[in-house]
Design a protein around this ligand. Structure first.
Ligand code: COA
Length: 260
């Protein structure tokens, strides 16, 4: 598979996916969204892909939003269809069952902030900037900004960002819980990959169950979410990985997980 707006490099289980339109600050046009959808299909189905680091090409931007040149032309039918398509791609990424880390290397605005929020963990370079500036263009977020931002940072902080459209720096994004960590720009990819590899040392079925339980559990009543967790706990107790992990602990060695 070759892409015109993405780079997809697989190395020892880690897929490094780079949005690659640096001359337009990696803005999400229809091609990027379609190709992200194809990349997600591979992530979902290719057993060689065990986890993902997602970043943007160049030193300046992660993704500077939806492509404003395309937005400027759209009518209401097309606008809704575009939002639904992007939302579906981001949602599939969020539910792909494998850990996805956003390495936010610069501007993450509008659709870029929304893409980062659809990832499971966000590392920000000290150069990163975040914002949902759509209202400045007379439109609102279309790829989940009003939905994921309040879930991540709380309603008041989300509304301040959504209503003002103001940009915040990496420190502020860290302070409000939008990013997990800040990393020096020149070490961002290395740290994101290191973090991902530390996750990949764990039982993959257990990791997948955590992703599923948190994703589904946040939408459930407390009692249903607890029941889902108990069901995962029971199900994982039937896996060879669980026998191996507990045996390895007792034998004081590192577990060798096979995803079985
Ligand atoms: N869509 C389309 N093109 C974009 C873009 C976007 N979201 N963001 C940046 N670009 C393009 C610029 O038009 C410019 O292209 P050009 O060289 O052909 O004129 C190029 O990327 C570089 O951007 P530029 O604005 O010159 O860089 P800057 O350093 O002066 O400013 C930003 C950087 C991020 C502050 C500014 O580009 C910006 O505000 N972008 C839009 C952010 C936004 O509103 N996103 C939400 C969209 S819903």
């Amino acid at each position: 598979m070759t892409y015109s707006t993405l780079l997809f490099d697989l190395s020892d289980g880690v897929a490094l996916v780079t949005v690659n339109r640096p001359e337009k600050l990696n803005a999400l046009n229809a091609t990027v969204i379609a190709e992200l959808g194809q990349a997600v299909s591979r992530i979902e189905t290719d057993a060689e892909v065990r986890g993902v680091v997602l970043t943007g090409a160049g030193a300046k931007a992660f993704v500077a939003g939806a492509d404003i040149a395309e937005l400027a032309e759209q009518g209401p039918i097309e606008g809704k269809a575009r939002a639904l398509e992007g939302q579906a791609v981001f949602r599939r990424l969020e539910r792909c069952g494998k850990p996805v880390i956003a390495a936010v290397n610069g501007f993450a605005l509008g659709g870029g902030c929304e893409l980062a929020m659809a990832c499971h963990i966000r590392l920000a370079s000290d150069q990163a900037r975040f914002g949902q500036p759509e209202v400045k263009l007379g439109i609102g977020p279309g790829y989940g900004g009003t939905v994921r931002l309040p879930r991540l940072v709380g309603k008041g902080r989300a509304l301040e960002l959504l209503l003002t459209g103001q940009m915040i720096d990496a420190q502020e994004a860290y302070r409000i819980g939008l990013v997990n960590r800040i990393v020096p720009a020149d070490r961002l990819l290395e740290e994101a990959t290191r973090l991902l590899r530390s996750i990949l040392e764990n039982g993959p079925l257990a990791v997948r169950a955590c992703l599923e339980a948190v994703d589904a559990g946040l939408e459930m009543t407390l009692d249903h979410a607890l029941l889902l967790e108990a069901n995962h706990f029971g199900l994982l107790s039937a896996t060879a990985d669980m026998r191996e992990g507990t045996a390895a602990f007792v034998e004081k060695r590192k577990g060798e997980f096979r995803g079985r």
